[in-house]
Design a protein around this ligand. Structure first.
Ligand SMILES: N[C@H]1[C@H](O)[C@@H](Sc2ccccc2)[C@@H]2OC[C@H]1O2
Length: 333
């Protein structure tokens, strides 16, 4: 079995939303596929009206295949401070033609203000490891873990794009979506994330710009649910040192640049193969009529880098569980 679903960016590629059909008859919700968490949760008919603002709500009472998981509940908090909680149903879930008939669908009772104000986001579909699923008393499996045995090959792939729709594929590596070879690197799943090491980085195309400083080798997670690339302080400083007018503006929450700046590319190396984030991707979004917010920011206080969409959209990425050790694959495109 294999399937493909479209990942459509919201403004400035702040997030990518993908249609998922749930229940019988199918209720289609647009979810944020998140390789940085492991709960499939949805806006639901159980929420107070005041917490819903245009989102599509899953209504288990209208699904003949919905079954409440007795005594189960969930409660999740995200890196950006947002949160949600509720109860659990099992129901049929279909993503791009790949279906599982008893997927844990976590129906929200409460969502934080940031979710309420995010009008097109109907919930999240977690694609990190099931070890960090928040359902109690019995942890539930992610959609990928549930469908993996039925897939032609135990992978899912992300082909996110700059300001245009891309795709999430399950069970197939579509070689029309990338060029050259796929470079694989081992993942350490012990924290529940797709954690991998990069072997180096460089700023701009200049030969001497390849920096093998301490931070050249560092570990981070591949997180489709994070918008920006959050990297170690010395890497971030080395980047913006090359941008005239760049400044660390605490009031804006990070580095800003002149919107008309020509930004250098940022290259990161995986197992010695380099991948380029075009400078254009690093001019993330305007904060006023001449100042823009940088797409590379500091990973301070997190303790590891977060390779969010600004980086992932520069590559074709394979989330691979075909072996005993999970792997990430990166290819140019
Ligand atoms: N893995 C990420 C997750 O998907 C989002 S949850 C989210 C919150 C509000 C709006 C949309 C999504 C949050 O930001 C970074 C990290 O936590």
């Amino acid at each position: 079995d294999s399937g493909s679903a479209t990942a459509t960016p919201e403004q400035y590629d702040i997030q990518y939303l993908t249609p998922v059909s749930i229940g019988t008859p199918p209720q289609t919700l647009n979810l944020d596929f998140d390789s940085g968490s492991s709960d499939l949760w949805v806006f639901s008919s159980l929420q107070p009206k005041s917490s819903v603002n245009g989102q599509t709500q899953y209504d288990p009472s209208k699904s003949s295949s919905a079954k409440n998981v007795s005594g189960a509940s969930w409660d999740i908090s995200y890196g950006d401070g947002s949160s949600s909680n509720g109860i659990v149903f099992k129901d049929v879930v279909n993503v791009g033609g790949v279906s599982f008939d008893s997927q844990a669908v976590e129906a929200a009772r409460t969502v934080s203000a940031q979710f309420t104000s995010d009008t097109n986001n109907d919930g999240l579909l977690g694609l990190a490891f099931s070890t960090i699923n928040t359902v109690t008393p019995t942890k539930q499996k992610t959609f990928f873990d549930n469908v993996a045995p039925s897939l032609d090959t135990k992978v899912w792939t992300a082909d996110l794009k700059y300001h245009e729709p891309g795709t999430y594929d399950f069970g197939v590596i579509d070689d029309s979506k990338y060029t050259g070879d796929i470079t694989y690197t081992d993942v350490d799943p012990s924290d529940g994330y797709w954690t991998f090491s990069t072997t180096g980085y460089s700023v701009g195309g200049a030969k001497n710009s390849t920096i093998k400083a301490r931070a050249a080798g560092f570990s981070g997670i591949a997180d489709t649910g994070t918008t920006l690339a959050l990297l170690p302080t010395e890497v971030v400083n080395a980047y913006y040192k090359e941008v005239s007018g760049a400044k660390l503006d605490r009031s804006q929450g990070g580095y800003t640049i002149p919107c008309d700046a020509t930004l250098p590319d940022f290259k990161f190396e995986v197992e010695g193969t380099s991948f380029t984030i075009p400078g254009q991707y690093i001019n993330y979004a305007p904060v006023d009529d001449s100042t823009c917010f940088g797409g590379i920011q500091d990973d301070a206080d997190i303790g590891f880098a977060i390779w969010g969409d600004v980086a992932l959209k520069a590559a074709f990425v394979v989330f691979d569980q075909t072996q005993s050790t999970p792997r990430l694959g990166f290819a140019n495109k």
